[in-house]
Structures are given as structure tokens and as C-alpha cells.
Design a protein around this ligand. Structure first.
Ligand SMILES: [Zn+2]
Length: 137
């Protein structure tokens, strides 16, 4: 349970991901605020892990946080996103990773505005978006 389902070595991840995706997913980098392509999406749909394709978040749980990163109030299913304490950069935060491949997604904060009280702050580079079928306009 603790070890991810998909384990690739470093060179395989470098091949599979763009350089920017690699820095976020495998090196826990944070993309610059407001830089993410998926900060705003117009269609309803599902966000997948850019590393392994696992379904992680839905547009139903997405909200505008004003932080400059895509924000969600819950994961699409229990157990798809793992939470671990991250005490890097002199802060104690809760890191979120993809349960399937171990890729770094972002952090979750206990200051969400909705009934879950959570704000999953996710790098756009860690996600790919798939519009709901039939949702094209
Ligand atoms: Zn993944």
C-alpha cells in the first residue's frame, strides 16, 4: 500500500515527462503562480495525473482560490491522493502525491472555503485535463 503501483527509474520518467513536468512530479518543484494552463478550464471534466494518468480531481470540486494554482476541495475518490507531512522550506505543510505513481502534485491546506474545509493546491503541470464526453461546445 505504501509503495506506488507504478515505479519507473529516473531516466524513464525523464523520457515520459516534459522537463517542466519532471521537475514538479519527480522533484517536487512548484510552478510559478498564475502560470498553469489548467488554472481555468471551460468544460466539465476530470483531471488526471500527468505522470500516470490516474483520475485525481474533477471540475465539480474545483474552485477559484485566488492563489494562482488550480484548487480543489476534495480528490475524485478516496485513496487516489496521498498526504504526507512536508517540513521543507522551513514550513510544515501537507504534501499531496499521486497514490499510483508517487508523483508530487502540490499541497493541501486546511483553509478551504467549502464544506470540506480543504484546499488542494495543485500544480497545473502535474495534471492533464480530459473534458467530459459530449461536453464539447
Ligand atoms: Zn500518478
Amino acid at each position: 500500500m505504501a509503495s506506488p503501483e507504478i515505479e519507473l527509474d529516473d531516466s524513464e520518467w525523464r523520457e515520459r515527462l516534459t522537463a517542466a513536468q519532471y521537475e514538479v512530479l519527480r522533484r517536487s518543484a512548484t510552478e510559478p503562480a498564475w502560470s498553469g494552463e489548467l488554472l481555468h478550464v471551460d468544460d466539465n471534466g476530470v483531471f488526471h495525473c500527468a505522470g500516470c494518468g490516474a483520475r485525481l480531481f474533477s471540475t465539480e470540486s474545483k474552485f477559484e482560490s485566488g492563489s494562482g494554482w488550480p484548487s480543489f476541495d476534495r480528490a475524485v475518490d478516496d485513496g487516489t491522493v496521498l498526504e504526507t507531512t512536508d517540513s521543507s522550506h522551513g514550513m510544515v505543510r501537507t504534501e499531496i502525491t499521486c497514490a499510483r505513481c508517487g508523483g508530487h502534485l502540490g499541497h493541501v491546506f486546511p483553509d478551504g472555503p467549502t464544506d470540506t474545509g480543504l484546499r488542494y493546491c495543485v500544480n497545473s503541470l502535474a495534471l492533464t485535463f480530459e473534458p467530459e464526453e459530449g461536453a464539447e461546445s
